[in-house]
Write a new protein. Structure first.
Length: 259
């Protein structure tokens, strides 16, 4: 039986869509469509796109390697300080990205708590480098993997885990051969979300890695610069970012929290 939705709720839902969608319509109406190919293939835009893709893909891989095991631990293990540890991992979701970038700078910068000794030992400087971009975008993308995968692991029927353990499977085998296959659709969702978040990151990147053309300037940073020098290019790049983000969200549909 189909449930009827109250008219007031429908009106508010429409208002929410209009509130978010109207600026996007304004952006689309401002796009210089005839010049769009030339604007998007300009050398500086192509370079920024390449940096964004390389950094976001690297960050996604790192986020999966670190985030999936963390999500498994948070979902299946009880230990003292679990809520604090989980809160620390998820903090970048609510933390202003600029603050996250500043924290990275004070920690991993050349004179930072860890960055200073690292530089003295190896000469490695993370800020204002491509590696710094990867670190910054991983910082903001990792929590999305943990959130998505923790919910997925919690939804697994304990009977499957118990059966595997009864048959003598080790914890590693249970994790690899039972749990991961059961949450593969959520793993795909986590991958897309982490990549999209890393691809669109601005605040942590500009604070920790700077905005050096050809070196650390990603697409979001290119938009920021273009707003002052070439508004048509800024609109064109913004359109690309919107299309990518919308495609990810529409592609995920209801799979974010579903195994």
């Amino acid at each position: 039986m189909r449930r009827r939705t109250p008219a007031g709720v429908v009106v508010l839902a429409i208002a929410a869509v209009v509130f978010v969608g109207l600026p996007l319509v304004g952006l689309a109406l401002s796009v210089p469509w005839s010049d769009l190919p030339a604007l998007l293939t300009a050398p500086e835009v192509a370079t920024a796109l390449g940096l964004s893709l390389a950094a976001s893909l690297s960050a996604t891989a790192i986020s999966l390697v670190l985030g999936v095991p963390a999500a498994w631990v948070f979902a299946t293990t009880r230990f003292r300080g679990r809520s604090v540890a989980r809160g620390v991992v998820l903090l970048p979701v609510v933390l202003p990205p600029v603050v996250g970038g500043a924290a990275l700078l004070f920690t991993l910068g050349r004179t930072g708590v860890l960055g200073g000794p690292l530089y003295d030992l190896s000469g490695l400087v993370l800020p204002f480098s491509f590696a710094g971009v990867v670190v910054a975008v991983t910082f903001v993308a990792l929590p999305f993997v943990v959130l998505t995968m923790e919910a997925a692991f919690r939804s697994i029927d304990p009977g499957f885990i118990g059966a595997a353990e009864t048959l003598g499977a080790s914890p590693w085998t249970v994790f690899r051969r039972v749990s991961l296959p059961l949450v593969r659709s959520s793993l795909g969702a986590a991958t897309l979300l982490a990549w999209a978040r890393a691809f669109g990151e601005f605040g942590a990147t500009v604070t920790f890695a700077g905005n050096l053309p050809g070196r650390t300037q990603t697409l979001p940073l290119a938009v920021f610069v273009a707003l002052e020098s070439d508004r048509r290019a800024a609109v064109a790049i913004s359109l690309v970012m919107v299309v990518v983000a919308l495609a990810v969200l529409v592609g995920l549909r209801d799979r974010w929290w579903r195994t």
